[in-house]
Write a protein that binds this ligand. Sequence first.
Ligand SMILES: [Zn+2]
Length: 309
Amino acid sequence: MAAALNLPASLTFVERDWLSSNHLIGRSDTGNVLVDTGYCSRRGLTLQLIDRALGGAPLHRIINTHTHSDHVGGNAALKARYGCRITIPQQDREAVTLWQDEKLNYQTFGQACDRFEADDYFDAGDIVEIGGLTWQALGSPGHHMESLLLYQPEHRILMSADALWEHGFGIVFPEFVDEPGFAAQEATLLMLEDLQVDIVIPGHGRMFGDFGQALQRARQRLAYFRANPQRHAFLAMKVGLSFMLLDRQRLALAELETTFGELPLIQRINRKYFNMDTAGLTRGVVAALLEAKAGRVIDGWLLPPAQTE
Ligand SMILES: [Zn+2]
């Protein structure tokens, strides 16, 4: 039986899904803070959930662990509602300021994001306050080179974003642009081993307590990907299609070669690992999605497996 995971009373965890990142809300006299804001097409639900968690109190600051669309998609709507500051990792500053879609991998991967402007920046080694507690920002290259994690040493809480989930971690995107993402992810997992952690708040999935087991699974998964980079690349395409499907709720099969297969990041992955014709590649990814029961086909439409947000 796992022990109950009790967060300090000033913190509220809100679990979302694989389209929208989880949220952590910290309330304090010095300002209310929200970590990560979900995906843009679910902004209405995000506003409701954050409103409820704040119980009518204002939001002063958003902190983003990284700038992927599923972690910053609610930024613009929340800033419009609350006039809060937005704090992002220092290393993502230029990409966000200039809104460099290729670096942010939004449209290039079939995703959208409401444009926002950051007000300030934080970096590895910085201390931020959330819920009246001090948190250390830790660099966590791998899934995203510029991503930061947040660690609260007294309560031994880790906000692990997409660098560590209960079962694995996020796709290691830097590998697709010829950066050493796997090596970086390995270094990040090694860094995490030295932390004392009782509660992990991941970017997706439930909170969990068994940090050691999760690290071990992550190490095994990374070793598998390093030995089988094509499997990792194929999984990235499957995850990309699954994400589009969760967002749009239905995709016309006849158009997928264009709407999915021709996306710049999909083509880049294809050229690097597979060199297939776009039609064959698209069919292969759809087949894998159906086999994993992450989608179903009805009347020429690809639909999500079950009820989602
Ligand atoms: Zn991410």
